[in-house]
Design a protein around this ligand. Structure first.
Ligand SMILES: [Zn+2]
Ligand SMILES: [Zn+2]
Length: 368
């Protein structure tokens, strides 16, 4: 089967024939129907975040179960599934407190680049290839731990299901789960990429009144407008904090979401919230970066600064509900899919993403 391999950072991915072992104990083999071209992979491709190479990347995927290993009870062949880049054990303190994105299992998968038993299912010419976050969905097929999938209804298009695996859950989850945005609230979203657009969708869903979006590219601001943004700020032309104050009677917003991963814009989000407001950091910052905020405002203005990872999701509860909302016509997730590409055009898909031409591109590795 074919897979997109990262051999060296800052170099294009190479789509090559690889060997995939069958699923081991507690594992599932999935035919990858759709894989999202997410900016987070690019952080690893570019060397901003550490990764063990060579590696089959891709972390936003959905597909159809083809084979299950011993002791798998959650799914059976033919089931449609969303892949999770934060697989969770379900039993630890963090899982039991409703914070499975913080489960150590995902850290184990990420750091080892292997399956939970410490071995790899991916090989090429006698050498092991590394798995990526327990997903590796830039491939025709992949093997995942059963803790890393959520079964979904077969009527959900698998392109949309793939987006649920990262961008949709991260964005809408930040609104609903992390910030718990209230109806009528004012919201600022800094960064209108794939996840930022989902913050906009989430804010519209919960009934936010003002949805202000800041980005450097007018093309992305126009996309944000089509998903429900009420006010647009080109951050190259206007200073964001003063523009936000001007739009909110001088007070600032109730909630601000930073969806880029830049410590400077995280501080901008914090400065943009009103007294008692909440700033939420969603974007993944480069390794080791630090941010500076006004400590007095934190106290005197009772501001809250929160991190949101994977939308503070409880995937088995949240994803089926959100997909039901999509099936009911309440979430415009089809519109997020700007383009589709075959797997061997993955580098072109990344070029389009970096140029700001697309909301989200989807690779179709394993056919439909
Ligand atoms: Zn756990
Ligand atoms: Zn992602």
């Amino acid at each position: 089967m074919k897979a997109a391999i990262l051999y060296e950072t800052k170099q294009p991915l190479r789509v090559e024939e690889v060997e995939l072992d069958g699923p081991g104990h507690g594992e599932v083999l999935v035919r990858v129907a759709a894989a999202g071209v997410c900016h987070s992979d690019y952080h690893f491709m570019n060397g901003d975040l550490p990764i063990t190479l060579p590696c089959v990347i891709g972390h936003e995927g959905a597909g159809v179960v083809e084979e299950v290993g011993s002791n798998v009870s959650a799914v059976a062949p033919g089931d449609h599934v969303v892949m999770l880049f934060r697989a969770a054990c379900g039993r630890c303190e963090f899982c039991q407190r409703g914070r499975p994105a913080l489960c150590a299992m995902a850290g184990l998968l990420r750091n080892s680049g292997r399956m939970l038993d410490g071995t790899s299912r991916l090989h090429r010419a006698g050498t092991d290839l590394h798995h990526f976050l327990g997903v590796s969905c830039f491939a025709e097929r992949t093997v995942l731990p059963e803790q890393g999938i959520v079964k979904i209804k077969p009527e959900v298009p698998l392109e949309v299901a793939a987006l649920m695996g990262c961008a949709v859950m991260t964005g809408i989850g930040a609104v609903m789960n992390t910030a718990e945005v209230q109806p009528g609230a004012s919201v600022l979203v800094i960064g209108a990429g794939g996840v930022g657009l989902n913050v906009v969708i989430g804010a519209a869903l919960v009934g936010a009144n003002q949805i202000i979006v800041a980005d450097l590219l007018d093309s992305k601001l126009e996309m944000a407008h089509s998903f429900g943004a009420t006010h647009l700020i080109n951050a190259g032309e206007e200073e964001v904090v003063s523009a936000v104050r001007a739009l909110t009677g001088g007070e600032g917003v109730d909630y601000a979401f930073e969806v880029i991963g830049n410590p400077k814009t995280m501080a901008t989000a914090y400065q943009s919230v009103r007294r008692g407001g909440t700033a939420v950091a969603v974007g993944i910052p480069p390794l080791g970066s630090e941010m500076t905020i006004n400590a007095g405002e934190l106290v005197y203005q009772e501001k809250t600064l929160k991190g949101s990872y994977y939308g503070t999701a409880r995937p088995h509860a949240d994803m089926p509900r959100l997909l039901d909302l999509y099936l009911a016509g309440r979430l415009p997730l089809d519109k997020l899919v700007s383009r589709t590409y075959p797997l061997d055009k993955v580098n072109e898909a990344y070029a389009a993403l970096l140029a700001g031409e697309v909301a989200r591109s989807i690779l179709l590795p394993g056919g439909s």
